[in-house]
Design a protein around this ligand. Structure first.
Ligand code: URA
Length: 230
């Protein structure tokens, strides 16, 4: 990685400030003063800034309580990305381990660890996701069984994998699925002639949305939460 990016990612300074510090000979790599911000450094290099050895902050993992009106992407010209809710350096270096729709609320995991997010989202890993779902019509009696058996979604080749449904009341349910097809929950209820009016993700694998996080708030995952999904 470029030296100025490494230093900006791992210090309180911006890239412009780092360049000025380099010009003032405040940066050495392996004992040699370096003034060129484009020099490439790796984990093996000893980088010193203002007399302090710099360590990589390392991989980052967060949970966010997503509000409605934000998108889990960075290329939507009309809506703000959930990444804008984070007050972190290099926040656009993070990505979402599983997306929620614009009008869905709840747990979103964010990281810069691509292998970890792959394990969370890959259908091969069968990571269960629990959603609280509010429905337009009272739930029909056979839906628990139909979701266990798998339903045919429009345009898909295979039935959905077995999903479990817990009835809270006629129009509020908890649904646990282990895949993440496009608009999957909404399409599953459409397949049984109902309609989702509100959707909230409560948990992914063993990690539940922290009840202390208000909509729009986030916190780092604990080491055991990272390990539970990794
Ligand atoms: N399924 C949906 O239909 N929407 C979401 O946001 C998540 C799962």
């Amino acid at each position: 990685m470029r030296l100025d990016k490494f230093l900006a990612d791992n210090s309180q300074y911006s890239r412009a400030q780092i360049k000025r510090l380099m010009h003032r000979e405040e940066v050495t790599v392996n004992g040699v003063v370096v003034k060129d911000p484009s020099v490439k450094v790796s984990d093996e290099d000893n980088v010193v800034l203002e007399g302090q050895t710099m360590r990589s902050i390392g991989l980052r993992y967060f949970m966010l309580h997503k509000p409605k009106g934000y998108v889990c992407s960075t290329d939507d010209p009309e809506h703000m990305s959930v990444l804008t809710l984070l007050d972190e350096k290099d926040r656009f270096g993070l990505h979402m381990a599983g997306r929620l729709d614009l009008d869905t609320t709840g747990l979103v995991l964010l990281t810069d660890d691509g292998q970890w997010s792959h394990r969370v989202t890959s259908p091969k890993h069968d990571c269960p996701k629990r959603y609280r779902v509010w429905l337009d019509e009272p739930l029909a009696d056979d839906v628990e069984q139909r979701f266990l058996d798998g339903v045919q979604l429009h345009g898909e080749r295979h039935l959905t994998k077995p999903a479990t449904l817990e009835r809270i009341d006629d129009t509020e349910v908890l649904l646990t699925i282990s895949e993440g097809k496009y608009h999957q929950v909404k399409r599953m209820f459409a397949a049984v002639d109902n309609k989702v009016v509100d959707l909230h993700r409560e948990s992914i694998g063993g990690v539940a949305l922290d009840p202390d996080l208000a909509e729009g708030e986030y916190r780092p995952l604990t080491a055991s939460e990272v390990a539970a999904l990794g």
